[in-house]
Design a protein around this ligand. Structure first.
Ligand code: FA5
Ligand code: MG
Length: 356
């Protein structure tokens, strides 16, 4: 099996945004750690700087993610080889943390092949937390009681964290599904006239804790939150690509001393649309298409939307609209045409699509 990790993605693994103290993601991470240390003194241990390259076993198997689960596929996950991936979530480190601590926090960059828009990027950051107890320690007798206790504690903790970070914001809990927690929940907040999913969480399944070397009596909770999603709201950063820009007009706006300050947008450059249509081959994964687009256009690609789809004589045609926009300058028509030309050259070769 060959790796499906492009050089662009490998480059991102070297950036270490969370270790730059004045980067908004790092400022936010620090604030969240402080919240836990202040409200639960001497409880949570933080360990950062885990390698994003992790065994498939830790990212999927031990978390009870089934063999055939779509998140394991080559079109969703970056593989170094059959047994090693770029972590798709920070939950991959829960086993190590649970082997040492009863309560922990950690944060890191995670990677997923995904759609393209202002809220999605193939690399983003998660902050993970976990906490476990023994039934006897709390005078509880059944595992159900433990789970109920954990979920209540989890919801209260995360709601007060969200209130502290966002101030007064409309929030709602939804039921979710994760193979490693039961029950599972997600928290959404109101953002730009829409609901924004800011975290996933739940009570660890007993088998996951057993996989981590814990005993039958141990229960607890875990959560994983998307730092970019929180930071977009807190710092009023309108586009997820901005976190990766090295433009000084962005980077100099934030500092650990200033804390949560609002981003002042520098001029927004015009968008340029280009459409591309093709006959879809028998095996086609949309994320593969997005990846080719990103490899060609990089951060100039703001968004990709499917705008048309029809079937004729048993063949299906898709039309996608690609929005090109730079964060830092005006793009020329020639430059976009050049990208579009490269894309038209690569798509038939890499995805066996027939251009229209
Ligand atoms: C997870 O990754 C679970 N590991 C979370 C978890 C941990 C559940 C522990 C239970 C126990 P999910 O795929 O929903 O779940 O991602 C968690 C959060 O990451 C989301 O709520 C969202 O805030 C953020 N997120 C997910 N995908 C993206 C993306 N492509 N770009 C930016 N943020 C994202
Ligand atoms: Mg989710």
């Amino acid at each position: 099996m060959t790796s499906n990790i492009s050089p662009k993605i490998l480059e991102l693994t070297q950036r270490k945004l969370l270790l730059k103290p004045h980067h908004p993601l790092s400022i936010l991470k620090q604030k969240i750690y402080e919240f836990f240390h202040r409200n639960y003194p001497n409880t949570f241990t933080t360990e950062d700087n885990f390698d994003p390259k992790v065994p498939v076993k830790n990212n999927f198997d031990l978390l009870l993610i089934p063999e055939n689960h779509p998140s394991r596929s080559l079109s969703d996950t970056y593989y170094f080889g059959p047994d090693t991936v770029l972590r798709t979530h920070t939950t991959a480190h829960d086993f190590y943390m649970l082997s040492k601590y009863n309560a922990f926090l950690l944060a890191g960059d995670v990677y997923r092949r995904d759609e393209i828009d202002a809220k999605h990027y193939p690399a983003f950051h998660q902050l993970e937390g976990g906490r476990v107890w023994k039934l006897s320690e709390l005078g509880l007798s059944t595992y159900e009681q433990g789970t109920k206790y954990a979920v209540e504690e989890l919801k209260t903790t995360l709601e007060s964290l969200a209130k502290e970070v966002f101030g007064n914001v409309e929030m709602r809990w939804n039921e979710e599904y994760f193979p490693f927690t039961d029950p599972s929940l997600e928290l959404e907040i109101r953002w730009m006239d829409d609901w924004l999913e800011i975290l996933g969480c739940g009570a660890y399944k007993k088998q996951v804790l057993l996989n981590a070397g814990r005993d039958e009596e141990t229960f607890g909770w875990a959560f994983g939150l998307g730092l970019e999603r929180w930071a977009m709201k807190v710092f009023e950063i309108p586009d997820i690509r901005l976190f990766w820009t090295q433009d000084e007009r962005f980077t100099t706006q934030f500092s650990a001393e200033k804390g949560f300050s609002k981003f002042t947008p520098y001029s927004k450059y015009p968008v340029c649309y280009k459409d591309i249509s093709f006959w879809v081959p028998e095996f086609f994964a949309e994320n593969d298409f997005f990846e080719v687009v990103r490899n060609v256009g990089g951060d100039l690609v703001e968004k990709v939307d499917k705008i048309d789809c029809f079937t004729k004589n048993g063949r299906t045609s898709y039309c996608y609209r690609i929005n090109y926009r730079s964060m830092d300058r005006s793009l020329t028509n020639e430059e976009i045409d050049q990208l579009q030309f490269q894309l038209r050259d690569l798509l038939p070769k890499q995805l066996s699509v027939e251009l229209r």
